[in-house]
Design a protein around this ligand. Structure first.
Ligand code: PHB
Length: 372
C-alpha cells in the first residue's frame, strides 16, 4: 500500500484478496461516495467520506476527470453524465430495461400512476426503470437507488427466493443498521418487525405472486408489486411496481383495483422476454489500453493507470456481452489477461462482479448502479 494512504481504506485491506488492486478499491469508494452524495462533493468532503488522504483523493479525481467521469469545479468534484456508462453497462447487459420499459411506461400512462421495475440486490432492491407520473409524490426514486427489501413491495417477492445465507445476511444488516442509514435513498426509520414477520410476508408473497408496500418507506406512499419471471429459469428477473399515494388509493385498494392490470402487463412482459432474439453484441468499450498509456504519459503522477484500467473492465460488458470470460475481457479492453484478472478479482471482492463457476464467465451485478 502506498505511503500516502495514512488512514484506513473503507474496505479493510485484510478483507481484500492479495491480488486485489488497491487503487481500484479506493477509486470505487470515491465514485460511491460521490454518487451517494447526489453527484457533487467537495474534495475535502470526499476525503472525510472515504477516509483517504487528500493527495490520494486528488490523484483519483484527476484520473476520473481525465476519463470524463467527473468534472473538477473549484473545490468540488461533480459527477458527469458520462459516469452513467458504468451503470449503463450493467443495464445493457441485463437487457430488462430495453425489453420491458416500454410496457412499464404504457401502464403508467394508462393508470396515471408511477410504475417502476426493480431487481434484487442482496437484501435490498434496486430500481432499473422508473416511469414517474404523479410528480406530486414527496419522494421519488431514481434508477440505481437501493432500498432495504423489508421496506418495499418487491422486497418480499425477492426474499421468497432467499437462501439461508441470504436470510442470515439480512438479519445481520437489520441488527447493525436498524434505521437504514446505509440506504441514503430512504428516510431513516426503524421498521418494527415482530420476530418472523418478514419471513412470513415473504412466504406469502411467494405463494400469492404479489406483494404490497403499505407506507413502509414513508407515510402516504403505497405500492403493489408482481414478479416478472425469466422464462428460461422460472426465477424472478425483476419486479414490476405500481406506486401511488394514500390520497388516491389505500394499499388494499391498490391490490383490488390495479393489481389485475399490473398482472396483465407482467404477462406481456414475460412473453416479451420469451420471444426476445439473442442480442447483437454492442460496440466494444471506447477506452483502450493505448488511451490509458497515452494519458499516463501526459499526466504522470496525477493519473492512476491501475484505476483507469480497472474501470475500463466494467465497460467491456454490455448488450450481448453479459457473460464474459477472462479472455473476452482482455480482448475487448486490450488489457493483458493478468491485469484483467486482477481487476475482476477486485470487483468480485467489492460485489460488483460475479463469477459463474459452471461457465467460467463473469457478469456485472446490480451493485454497479451504485457507481453513478
Ligand atoms: C417506487 O418505484 O418508487 C417504489 C416501488 C416500490 C415501493 C416503493 C416505491 O415499495
Amino acid at each position: 500500500m502506498p505511503a500516502e494512504t495514512t488512514t484506513s481504506p473503507p474496505v479493510p485491506a485484510s478483507a481484500a484478496p492479495a491480488e486485489a488492486v488497491a487503487p481500484l478499491i479506493r477509486g470505487v469508494s470515491v465514485l460511491r461516495e460521490l454518487t451517494d452524495a447526489g453527484g457533487t462533493l467537495s474534495l475535502s468532503g470526499l476525503e472525510r467520506a472515504t477516509g483517504l488522504a487528500r493527495s490520494t483523493v486528488d490523484r483519483i479525481t484527476s484520473t476520473l476527470a481525465r476519463m470524463g467521469y467527473v468534472r473538477l469545479d473549484g473545490r468540488d468534484a461533480v459527477a458527469t453524465p458520462r459516469l452513467m456508462e458504468l451503470g449503463n453497462a450493467y443495464l445493457a447487459a441485463l437487457r430488462l430495461p430495453a425489453l420491458l420499459s416500454g410496457r412499464a411506461d404504457a401502464l403508467a400512462d394508462e393508470l396515471d400512476e408511477s410504475v417502476s421495475l426493480a431487481v434484487a440486490d442482496r437484501d435490498g432492491i434496486r430500481f432499473i426503470h422508473q416511469a414517474t407520473r404523479r410528480r406530486a409524490m414527496s419522494l421519488s426514486f431514481r434508477i440505481g437507488d437501493l432500498l432495504p427489501a423489508e421496506r418495499t413491495a418487491p422486497g418480499p417477492l425477492f426474499a421468497s427466493e432467499w437462501t439461508d445465507d441470504d436470510w442470515r445476511a439480512w438479519r445481520e444488516r437489520r441488527a447493525s443498521d436498524p434505521e437504514n442509514r446505509a440506504f441514503p435513498a430512504v428516510p431513516p426509520r426503524q421498521l418494527a418487525l415482530p420476530q418472523g414477520e418478514f419471513e412470513r410476508t415473504a412466504a406469502q408473497a411467494g405463494r400469492n405472486g404479489w406483494a404490497l408496500d403499505d407506507q413502509l418507506i414513508e407515510p402516504g406512499l403505497v405500492a403493489v408489486s408482481v414478479p416478472v419471471r425469466d422464462p428460461r429459469t422460472g426465477r424472478i428477473a425483476c419486479a414490476a411496481n405500481v406506486v401511488s399515494h394514500t390520497s388516491r388509493h389505500t394499499a388494499a385498494d391498490l391490490r383490488d383495483t390495479l393489481l389485475p392490470r399490473l398482472r396483465t402487463t407482467v404477462t406481456e412482459m414475460e412473453r416479451a422476454l420469451a420471444i426476445a432474439p439473442e442480442p447483437d453484441p454492442g460496440p466494444p468499450p471506447s477506452r483502450s489500453a493505448a488511451w490509458i498509456g497515452a494519458s499516463k504519459n501526459e499526466l504522470g503522477r496525477e493519473f492512476i493507470e491501475s484505476l483507469a484500467r480497472g474501470l475500463t473492465v466494467l465497460t467491456a460488458f454490455g448488450e450481448g456481452r453479459a457473460a464474459l470470460t477472462l479472455t473476452d475481457v482482455a480482448r475487448a479492453t486490450g488489457l493483458t489477461r493478468a491485469t484483467a484478472r486482477r481487476a475482476l478479482i477486485t470487483y468480485e471482492h467489492l460485489g460488483l462482479v460475479r463469477q459463474q463457476p459452471e461457465s467460467r464467465t463473469f457478469a456485472l451485478t446490480p451493485r454497479v448502479l451504485s457507481l453513478g
